[in-house]
Design a protein around this ligand. Structure first.
Ligand code: URA
Length: 292
């Protein structure tokens, strides 16, 4: 190394990408320096003074969350400061009942989808039912009516549920991932979805189901975080963590998809039979209330 020709050393450095000199004075990097002993790193530099420990405020126990009625009296307590996802998380978490959550969703103005929708579509069926069906988003009929699954897909959903004893007027609760119709049924963008997810998760907690049916790929992706597609997940039991319990989840085909692909109704029928077995083994319905 010592007899390396300086010009060819420079050419090598230029080839390696060096394009400027960084120091005023040349440094001979070939002169060996003694390696520091490992413990040298641990020695404080001369003049070093340790920083004082951080001052923490005295411990105060968490206050109970104010009710929505209290919040309504103090609107400044919940400013919409641009962090709409954070705001959605906070007001969803504060809802203590399903009517609280409905009121919170109707008061929330952070999502563009809401501005373009006619109604907030919260839920249909029996609040607190042991079986919860989750769809994708309201369509035109649902947006008009303010209720989920009232159009053609909804009629087919009712027909799918009836043979296994499920009926939205008696023992099923029905919600969607999105409570607002995307205009012209376009795909919602990821930020729009992110603002709806805190309300969805709180909705599931407050509904506190014992069995969840996911209708279609959008529900599977946003409830279970699965991106492997509905054909890969349908018909297989998954589990959702709610209120300290693991609840069985069955993904199946969305009724709107089945209207377009009626040949796949036999796959959905198999999923419904599996749901029926689970309902019976967990005794989720009154004996004799099923039709099979
Ligand atoms: N499709 C859905 O996913 N939900 C509805 O409410 C209507 C159609």
């Amino acid at each position: 190394m010592a007899d390396l020709d300086p010009l060819s050393a420079l050419a090598w450095l230029v080839d390696a990408g060096a394009d400027e000199a960084v120091g005023e004075a040349p440094v001979n990097r070939l002169t060996a320096k003694p390696a520091p002993k490992p413990t040298d790193y641990l020695q404080p530099a001369p003049g070093y003074r340790p920083a004082p420990p951080p001052q923490r405020p005295a411990f105060t126990p968490a206050r109970p969350a104010p009710t929505l009625a209290q919040q309504a009296r103090t609107p400044a307590a919940l400013p919409l400061d641009g962090d709409e996802i954070g705001t959605a998380m906070e007001i969803a978490a504060r809802a203590q009942t399903l009517p609280d959550l409905k009121a919170a969703l109707e008061a929330y103005d952070g999502c563009t989808l809401k501005k373009l929708a006619t109604n907030t579509v919260f839920a249909d069926g029996v609040p607190g039912a042991r079986i919860l069906c989750i769809g994708e988003a309201p369509g035109r009929d649902e947006d008009k009516a303010g209720l989920p699954f009232v159009g053609r897909a909804g009629k087919l959903l009712d027909k799918m549920l009836a043979p296994i004893g499920l009926d939205r007027t008696k023992n099923v609760y029905i919600i969607n991932v999105l409570p607002w119709r995307p205009p012209d049924n376009r795909n919602p963008d990821p930020v729009e979805v992110a603002k709806c997810i805190p309300f969805l998760r709180r909705h599931i907690e407050l509904a506190n189901p014992d069995l969840i049916v996911l209708l279609g790929a959008v529900a599977v992706r946003n409830v279970m975080g699965r991106t492997d597609g509905i054909m890969a997940t349908r018909g297989k039991w998954l589990e959702y963590h709610v209120n300290g319990r693991m609840v069985p989840v069955m993904p199946t085909l969305h009724p709107a998809y089945l209207l377009r692909q009626p040949a796949h109704k036999r796959l959905a029928w198999r999923d419904l039979l599996a749901i029926d077995d689970k309902i019976k083994s967990l005794q989720l319905l009154e004996p004799g209330s099923g039709n099979l």
